[in-house]
Design a protein. Structure first.
Length: 257
């Protein structure tokens, strides 16, 4: 079982699962909110039809409103922020785990390595699961693998591949509002995580100093999240997990940074 959002990460995960395990063994759940774009249901439906997997739709807006109603007296915030965004992700995780418990299904987490590296994910939300299929796949490689999946047949709809990545947890949200372009981010991540380059070495390679500092800071501060993530499949030369362990009880920054 997995959640489909209309984005490329969950689409690739669904394609891998259905092609590897058989379409009859995969259940997808689409959980739209007030921030979900109108095209995403059509894209998700087309993906499920292409793959031949079962698709269930469960809107979360009613549940989200109830959470806000119960929490508002204590929160007393004028404008919704990251907390409210994360509540949506955790509602979705609760729904998916409900199906997992009831039917004995393994929940697949759909986050990629780029997001996990910088903590652009929700602990106990979209990180929930028993297996993180693409957790060692950088975002740029997600696009490459999607192209390979579609080499002989369009399993993943073209519009899913071409749309701008978005978590859709607030109005008009785009990944690039919070992160550098993935081509640049993934190059920095590879240099720092896989090639063990220091901050100074990355700057000498031509990357902007402030960007490098920001990315490394996010990597360090997100260690506690990654150590609670679902186990993943190793794809690159250095996957998170037993191959790369850092302290989480302090804001650890290696001398090399």
């Amino acid at each position: 079982i997995l959640g489909l959002s209309g984005g490329i990460d969950s689409a690739l995960t669904a394609a891998i699962a259905s092609l590897a395990l058989g379409r009859e063994n995969v259940l997808a759940v689409f959980m739209p909110s007030r921030y979900t774009s109108k095209d995403n249901y059509q894209d998700t439906k087309k993906l499920a039809d292409n793959l031949g997997i079962d698709l269930i739709q469960i809107p979360i807006d009613g549940m989200f409103k109830e959470f806000l109603r119960f929490l508002s007296p204590s929160f007393k915030t004028e404008e919704p922020g990251v907390t409210e965004q994360n509540i949506q992700a955790r509602i979705r995780a609760t729904i998916l785990m409900g199906f997992s418990n009831r039917d004995g299904l393994l929940l697949l987490s759909t986050g990629n390595k780029s997001e996990a590296s910088v903590g652009y994910c929700t602990l106990y939300g979209d990180m929930s699961g028993g297996l993180a299929v693409i957790s060692d796949v950088p975002k740029t490689m997600v696009y490459e693998l999607s192209g390979l999946v579609n080499a002989e047949k369009e399993w993943i709809p073209k519009r899913i591949i071409e749309k701008a990545p978005s978590a859709e947890l607030k109005p008009n949200q785009k990944d690039q509002d919070d992160l550098p372009p993935y081509e640049i981010l993934d190059a920095v991540l590879k240099g720092y995580i896989e090639d063990l380059k220091s901050q100074d070495e990355l700057v000498q390679m031509g990357f902007d100093k402030k960007l490098v500092e920001n990315v490394i800071s996010k990597i360090v501060r997100s260690e506690y999240k990654r150590q609670q993530a679902a186990p993943g499949l190793k794809v690159t030369s250095k996957a998170f997990g037993y191959g790369r362990r850092y302290p989480i009880a302090q804001r650890y920054m290696a001398e090399s940074t």
